[in-house]
Design a protein around this ligand. Structure first.
Ligand SMILES: [Zn+2]
Length: 250
């Protein structure tokens, strides 16, 4: 699960921080692109109180740095030039079409041409693309998960879902996945797919369900945490370009 950061998310001096303990000499603080995540790396022996004191001393710098990554709340997403789209945990720029109306979404070398001038239509183009991405990746993953678990759904539908990553109707054997999963690291889709398939055998989140989840994906908790963390960070990820200055430290 390469995209999963080790460490724990904690609140220090009012900041949400990913705290990583490592064999290092001193505490370092970085605000990372593309989402303005705050990461604090600290030696094993340093107390949380001391780390909080250091973070607190960097308050002004942290606030301005985080703000440089955040979306302008007064700005509406247009899915147009100068914005970004997320794809499998990466942020890719949206470019203008040359000599024609509309925009190009250059997603990982694939070009998605949205001729429409209307932001709603461009959003629909992106959603259709995400749906297809999730379908394609699910088709690749499913044989492995089925071989591993012995579970196979009667159908999988990828669609726009407002509040969930996936659902399973265990009586019918059907699974629905959110097309938004294409925005997050690939292991997030693996996790959600495994999670929903396990509901075919364990309808609730009881101990049997969790034991199976731990057996088939020991890192499931870290992946679920990563998905929720990225969801929070992704709200403004379409707007401002990341600054490329090297991570600064304490
Ligand atoms: Zn569930």
């Amino acid at each position: 699960m390469k995209n999963v950061s080790a460490g724990e998310t904690v609140t220090l001096a009012g900041f949400t921080v990913l705290l990583v303990r490592k064999k290092v000499r001193r505490v370092t603080i970085a605000v990372l692109p593309p989402y303005g995540e705050v990461r604090v790396t600290a030696p094993y022996g340093v107390s949380i109180t001391e780390i909080e004191r250091i973070v607190s001393g960097k308050r002004a710098w942290l606030e301005s740095k985080i703000a440089s990554f955040s979306a302008d709340p007064g700005k509406e997403r247009t899915y147009g030039e100068g914005e970004y789209a997320l794809l499998w945990g990466r942020r890719v720029p949206i470019l203008p079409r040359v000599g024609a109306p509309g925009v190009l979404l250059t997603l990982e070398g694939r070009i998605l041409s949205a001729r429409a001038d209307d932001p709603k239509k461009r959003a629909a183009v992106l959603e259709a693309f995400y749906r297809k991405e999730v379908q394609t990746e699910t088709e690749k993953l499913l044989p492995f998960i089925t071989a591993m678990t012995g579970l196979s759904p009667t159908s999988i539908t990828v669609r726009k879902m407002a509040r969930r990553w996936g659902t399973c109707y265990h009586r019918e054997g059907t699974v629905h996945l959110s097309l938004s999963l294409a925005e997050y690291p690939p292991e997030c889709l693996s996790y959600v797919l495994l999670h929903e398939l396990l509901h075919l055998r364990y309808p609730d989140h009881g101990s049997g369900f969790h034991a199976a989840l731990d057996r088939f994906m020991p890192e499931n908790r870290a992946v679920a945490a990563e998905l929720n963390r990225m969801r929070r960070l992704s709200y403004g990820a379409w707007a401002d370009p990341p600054e490329n200055d090297p991570p600064k430290n304490e």
